[in-house]
Write a protein that binds this ligand. Structure first.
Ligand SMILES: NC(=O)c1ccc[n+]([C@@H]2O[C@H](COP(=O)([O-])OP(=O)(O)OC[C@H]3O[C@@H](n4cnc5c(N)ncnc54)[C@H](OP(=O)(O)O)[C@@H]3O)[C@@H](O)[C@H]2O)c1
Length: 336
């Protein structure tokens, strides 16, 4: 559907970026949220470069159909059930990944996300946006750390790639959003800003987690080539906006945000360039952050200046550990 408010977006830079990526033969790549959007493009691109791709999705007809479509196109995929709204599902998924990928995970791309949802609690009592977008990825990364370490030991490198957003800006991180206080975090009343604040906090958490992980990883892991990297896609016509609207995002403010995003957005392929570069470009350094150069604008993925905030990173790490029940991020709670 093309209109002045929702123009058609064709890929501009995607083919050039993919042409510059190395072969991924012999690598295993895991991605969350591959049923649509950037996760779907990421999964098919990784598979086309030769990787075995572990697809971590909540069970749904979309998950089944998207995995089947990749397989029909000749991709080597391993679908695993992983509902990021439930810590127990993440724990079960990590155990399944350990069984499916005994040779390790070369890249874990924490891509999945939801946006602008109502102030509701997950079954674990957390905010639905924060648990889906950050807390479950924090837990998943901890559980899969030994598999990432195994890949770096065997092949000299492994990466955790988080997917943030231009929406990360706006307010410093507050502990309350990371705590099990779902349903009590700003509500859904007038003027309807609460849902956007909760999304902002979750996307800020993605970037802070990247830096906190980079600082805290054991020296032996760093020397073995383990890296914590981040990207944001820029405004992207992925279908995410329609899901927000479908979930009740009909206030004036919602409509203004969603319309503005779609007016300036780039294609979903171009929106995937950041996580593709962060995951597969050679010579990526630990702690790097990719995204379009412009603020709130689309464009080629470039290296962005660091946005370090040690106090917020410490807060993020400590409260995420408490809420997810992780007591030894790099060791005792792991999947293997
Ligand atoms: N599009 C943009 O303009 C934009 C801008 C900035 C950042 N981002 C970020 O980019 C990432 C990808 O979003 P997208 O734009 O590609 O949106 P999308 O097309 O809606 O994709 C989101 C993916 O996340 C999955 N997901 C949602 N809830 C889940 C859960 N509980 N468990 C497991 N998977 C779940 C969805 O699967 P289901 O089919 O199960 O729902 C879907 O596969 C997100 O982190 C988002 O915050 C997007």
């Amino acid at each position: 559907m093309t209109s002045p408010e929702h123009p058609t977006h064709e890929p501009e830079h995607f083919a050039d970026v993919v042409a510059g990526l190395p072969s991924l033969e012999g690598r295993t790549v895991a991605v969350t949220g591959s049923t649509s959007g950037t996760g779907a493009v990421f999964a098919s691109t990784a598979a086309s470069l030769g990787a075995r791709v572990v697809l971590l999705n909540r069970p749904s007809p979309r998950a089944t159909a998207s995995a089947a479509a990749l397989e029909a196109a000749g991709a080597h995929v391993v679908p695993i059930a992983c509902d990021l709204q439930r810590f127990e599902s993440v724990r079960l998924a990590a155990a399944d990944v350990a069984e499916a990928a005994p040779d390790g995970i070369d890249v874990l791309c924490n891509n999945a996300g939801v946006m602008g949802l109502a102030d509701v609690a997950t079954p674990d009592g957390c905010d639905v946006q924060m648990q889906t977008n950050h807390l479950s990825h924090f837990l998943l990364t901890s559980l899969l750390w030994p598999l990432l370490a195994a890949a770096s030991e065997a092949r000299g490198e492994a990466r955790v790639v988080n997917h943030s957003s231009g929406a990360r800006r706006g307010a410093p991180l507050r502990a309350a959003y990371l705590e099990p206080r779902g349903g009590n975090l700003g509500g859904d009343g007038f003027p309807g800003f609460g849902k956007w604040r909760r999304y902002q906090q979750s996307k800020l958490a993605n970037l802070l987690f990247t830096y906190a992980l980079s600082d805290r990883m054991p020296e032996a892991d760093r020397l073995r080539g383990m890296k914590s990297v981040c990207a944001h896609p820029g405004p992207t016509d992925s279908g995410l906006q329609a899901k927000t609207a479908g979930a009740g995002g009909t206030r004036l403010l919602d409509r203004a945000i969603l319309r503005r995003t779609l007016r300036v957005a780039h294609s979903v392929e171009d929106g995937t360039m950041g996580i593709l570069c962060a995951s597969f470009e050679p010579d990526v350094d630990d702690g790097q952050f990719y995204g379009p150069a412009g603020r709130g604008e689309p464009g080629p993925a470039v290296l962005l200046p660091p946005e370090r905030d040690p106090a917020a990173e410490r807060l993020l790490w400590d409260v995420s550990e408490r809420t997810t029940g992780v007591t030894d991020f790099f060791g005792a709670d792991s999947a293997v």
